[in-house]
Each structure stands twice: as structure tokens, then as C-alpha cells.
Design a protein around this ligand. Structure first.
Ligand SMILES: [Zn+2]
Length: 84
């Protein structure tokens, strides 16, 4: 019997915030993304092996790594902006 294990990375946008990117200098939308790397068995995801967060500029595409706390703060900020 052959078992096919693999890894799959999925990307989810957790929030979108606006500020001046320090790489390109434009006031552009910044996507706060979560990347989850999961172990798969026959291409079916089983469980998350690692998780990372980053801020991606929509203008230049450069990334800055974020902590979980920074992502939570960005989500709270984005939620407060959408209710106004
Ligand atoms: Zn940029």
C-alpha cells in the first residue's frame, strides 16, 4: 500500500489596511495575510504544520513579516473602520 504525503500552503487575507509603504512610498492598501502550511494525505489537508503572517503591499508587492498580535491589531483596526 502506498501512502502519498505532501505539503500544501494556503494563503488567506485576514485584513486590509492603508498606510504609506516604506518600500515604495505610496499610500496603498496593505494586505495582512496568513500562510498556513499543512500536511496532506492523498492531497487532503490533515493538520497545520506551521503558520506565518505578513504584510503585503498591493503597489510594490514587498512583504514584512508580522506577529500574531500585530495581525489581531490590524483586524481590529479594519473592523473599526468598516463600521464608520
Ligand atoms: Zn509598497
Amino acid at each position: 500500500m502506498i501512502l502519498l504525503f505532501g505539503m500544501r500552503t494556503s494563503v488567506a487575507v485576514r485584513a486590509t489596511v492603508w498606510f504609506v509603504c516604506h518600500f515604495c512610498g505610496f499610500d496603498a492598501a496593505q494586505r495582512v495575510v496568513e500562510r498556513r502550511r499543512r500536511l496532506t494525505l492523498f492531497w487532503i489537508p490533515l493538520f497545520t504544520v506551521s503558520r506565518s503572517y505578513a504584510n503585503v503591499c498591493t503597489n510594490c508587492g514587498r512583504e514584512v513579516d508580522l506577529t500574531r498580535e500585530q495581525v489581531d491589531n490590524a483586524e481590529r483596526w479594519a473592523a473599526s473602520q468598516s463600521t464608520r
